[in-house]
Design a protein around this ligand. Structure first.
Ligand SMILES: CC(C)(COP(=O)(O)OP(=O)(O)OC[C@H]1O[C@@H](n2cnc3c(N)ncnc32)[C@H](O)[C@@H]1OP(=O)(O)O)[C@@H](O)C(=O)NCCC(=O)NCCS
Length: 480
């Protein structure tokens, strides 16, 4: 009798997992057709390293074919404007983990942000995606199961040990040093334990470069959130360090170590890390890591270099600048500022030769979907927050003014226009720290691509540069 009951239970379990599997396949097949590798995985398939080991030969073959069959196909013309203008619009990099469309925004391995929110495992039903899930997606091109994400969370937690000398290196800097300087110093100190460097010194074959790169990449991703939290607590909370909680996922644990334990802040951090991970390869931080890595510098060296680019105000530091700018608006005009007053404030900023932080983009030509999903989070969790309402007003006021300037190619808000007010609402008010949060998140995209750079044997990056004289002569000859 008992045996029959067990058999019956096993049958129903089987039917229920089969229908779950069917619904996931249906859900996934309705997504963008460009998701080449999207497929259901068995729950036992939780070894990320093994997954990559299987995928790499396939992708090496693909690249080899691309090169031999299409190597001489032209991708477009290079103009003098492009050379002078920071290589805008010049296709010159291979970056597998994500692709940016000027109108639609970012797609991670073919999936838009709303699609990721739909299919990636969450901590709570219908909640924000777990960043580890996005990391799995970036690395493999496959949507992971919850079991796979949990296994990756566990793996990352086991790698999050920080040698003492890292803390010493950070505390040797004045407490007033910019948090990004402290962060880059911490990452450089972590480099001492690079597996890639050790393996290279021992003479590892280039066919195996990706393996120590993988170890460094996962160690680094695991460690940066601990180092970043240490810097925050050192600077703003009297050095009272909060140890990691082994029961928490990456985003929630990061929030916990910073000192923020409300479930909403945990959700915000999961969303924050997820959307900041990657933005194709040409942006300053991603490109820097790719370039430095192409010299076979290990992931720590490459990522530290990327952080120094992220620390620039036209790139990652813009999130700090936005909140400081918004706070200066409130200081001068109060929270209930009218649209007319706001317009005047924007013109004052522009007339003093500054940019309006949080607006514009090198590639995007529409509102950044990373802005939109943060706005949706705010509408759900903090609709009455006065700074959120100010951000909403800016959305109405700034684009027409930037359009009126006549030279701004994208008058719409970017990711940084929104992130600060959300963090500020939940108590993370120290704007100077914000770019560190961006940096922690970016480690996932940058490190994922670095593994593929080594797996696919990408060469040393070495574009040709020319002088103004060379350009003048070239153009004279072309005209004659
Ligand atoms: C992101 C950014 C650096 C892109 O630069 P870009 O690709 O050169 O942008 P554009 O081609 O539209 O720039 C053309 C002109 O418009 C100006 N412009 C662009 N965005 C502007 C803004 N938000 N406020 C004022 N002026 C802006 C540029 O400074 C440039 O002026 P110039 O010709 O006098 O040098 C730029 O939009 C910017 O500075 N934004 C504010 C900072 C920011 O939010 N950065 C985060 C980006 S995610």
């Amino acid at each position: 009798m008992l045996e029959h009951i067990f058999l019956l239970m096993a049958f129903f379990r089987g039917v229920s997992s089969l229908s779950k599997l069917r619904s996931r396949i249906v859900q996934q097949s309705s997504l963008n057709g460009s998701v080449r590798w999207l497929q259901m995985q068995s729950a036992s398939d939780v070894d990320l390293h093994l997954q990559l080991k299987e995928l790499i030969p396939e992708q090496q073959e693909r690249l080899k074919k691309l090169k031999s069959v299409h190597g001489k196909v032209h991708l477009g013309n290079i103009t003098v404007d492009m050379v002078i203008g920071g290589m805008r619009g010049m296709t010159g990099l291979l970056w597998e983990t994500s692709l940016l469309d000027p109108d639609e925004g970012i797609r991670f391995r073919g999936l838009s942000i709303p699609e990721c929110q739909k299919v990636l495992p969450a901590a709570t039903p219908g909640g924000e995606p777990l960043p580890e899930g996005l990391l799995w997606l970036l690395l493999t091109g496959k949507v992971p199961s919850k079991e796979q994400v949990d296994a990756l969370s566990k793996d990352l937690r086991s790698r999050a040990k920080i040698p003492d000398h890292v803390y010493k290196a950070i505390t040797s800097l004045p407490e007033t040093a910019h948090p990004m300087t402290q962060f880059a110093t911490g990452v450089m100190a972590l480099q001492v334990q690079s597996e890639f460097q050790k393996a290279y010194e021992k003479g590892i074959s280039k066919s195996r470069f990706w393996e120590p790169t993988y170890e460094d990449a996962l160690n680094l991703i695991a460690q940066v959130s601990v180092v970043a939290s240490f810097i925050y607590r050192r600077m703003y909370k009297n050095g009272e360090i909060i140890p990691a909680d082994d029961g928490l996922d990456y985003g929630a644990n990061f929030s916990h170590m910073l000192g923020f334990d409300s479930p909403k802040m945990h959700e915000l951090m999961r969303l924050y890390v997820t959307i900041h991970t990657d933005h194709e390869g040409g942006n300053v931080s991603a490109h820097t890591a790719h370039l430095v890595g192409s010299a076979l510098s290990d992931p720590y060296l490459s990522f530290a270099a990327a952080l120094n680019g992220l620390a620039g105000p036209l790139h990652g530091l813009a999130n700090q600048e936005v909140l400081l700018w918004i706070k200066s608006v409130v200081e001068q005009c109060g929270e209930n500022i009218t649209k007319e007053q706001l317009k005047d404030y924007v013109w004052t900023t522009l007339n003093s030769g500054k940019v309006v932080p949080g607006f514009g983009h090198g590639v995007l030509r529409k509102t950044d979907p990373r802005y939109t999903c943060q706005r949706e989070f705010a509408l759900k969790h903090l609709p009455d927050d006065p700074l959120f309402q100010l951000v909403s007003k800016l959305y109405e006021v700034v684009p027409p003014i930037l359009t009126e300037l006549g030279k701004v190619k994208n008058p719409w808000p970017n990711v940084d226009a929104h992130s600060g007010v959300l963090l500020n609402h939940f108590g993370l008010t120290e704007a100077r720290y914000y770019t560190v949060l961006f940096g922690v998140s970016r480690s996932m995209g940058i490190c994922s691509q670095l593994i593929w750079d080594r797996a696919l044997g990408f060469p040393l990056e070495r574009p040709k540069s020319v002088t103004m004289e060379w350009l003048e002569n070239f153009c004279k000859k072309a005209a004659s």
